[in-house]
Design a binder for this molecule. Structure first.
Ligand code: S3P
Length: 189
């Protein structure tokens, strides 16, 4: 079933696939696997911002502030969407910029990887590279950000709830939902 869906997506895909969701939701990890399956390029906008700026996201936040980072992130998303069909992983806060959200709604297939806050916390707690979690209570901060961002993520074309599934099952779920969404858009515009 999934192989036929993969072939269908490869032959009909006419816009980038963009993974959105909280930090720790698996956007970069699943994005790379998905790109490999669909034989297209993978772009991680956090990595693009870091390479363009020549410094880490932590340093950008510290030296120039969040607003400057969001501007660079907006440019990285726009650039990723202007090229060949590809798979893109965005940073968790990218949809907070209205222009970025509007662009993604119009020019991509946006997929929300919806992971509960406890699982997210288990995944990000040991990683010190997220400036927004450098607070007194990072666990509470993560929960607050998730609640605030839910309505933004909910505007994605595809919503996939990830519980305890392994990467292969997640990937299969993504491919099946993507294929259904493209078919609906193509044949029932
Ligand atoms: C952020 C998430 C990070 C990175 C930056 C801000 C956020 O990306 O863009 O630290 O606002 O949630 P990941 O979602 O890839 O961790």
């Amino acid at each position: 079933m999934s192989e036929a869906e993969e072939a269908f997506i490869r032959s009909t895909l006419d816009r980038p696939i963009v993974l959105v969701g909280m930090m720790g939701s698996g956007k970069s990890f699943l994005g790379q696997l998905l790109a490999k399956k669909l034989a297209c390029e993978f772009i991680d906008t956090d990595a693009v911002v870091e390479s363009d700026a020549g410094m880490s996201i932590t340093d950008i936040f510290e030296l120039y502030g969040e607003e400057r980072f969001r501007q660079a992130e907006k440019n990285a998303v726009a650039k990723a969407l202007s090229g060949e069909v590809c798979v893109v992983a965005t940073g968790g806060g990218a949809l907070g910029i209205p222009e970025t959200l509007a662009l993604l709604k119009e020019k991509s297939w946006m997929i929300w990887l919806d992971v509960d806050s406890q699982t997210l916390w288990n995944r990000v707690r040991k990683n010190r590279s997220r400036p927004l979690l450098k607070t007194e209570n990072p666990r509470e901060q993560l929960k607050t950000l998730l609640e605030k961002r839910r309505p933004l993520y909910a505007q994605a074309h595809i919503h996939i709830q990830i519980e305890k599934e392994g990467p292969d099952t997640c990937l299969e779920g993504i491919i099946n939902l993507l294929s259904k969404t493209i078919k609906t858009a193509k044949f029932c515009p």
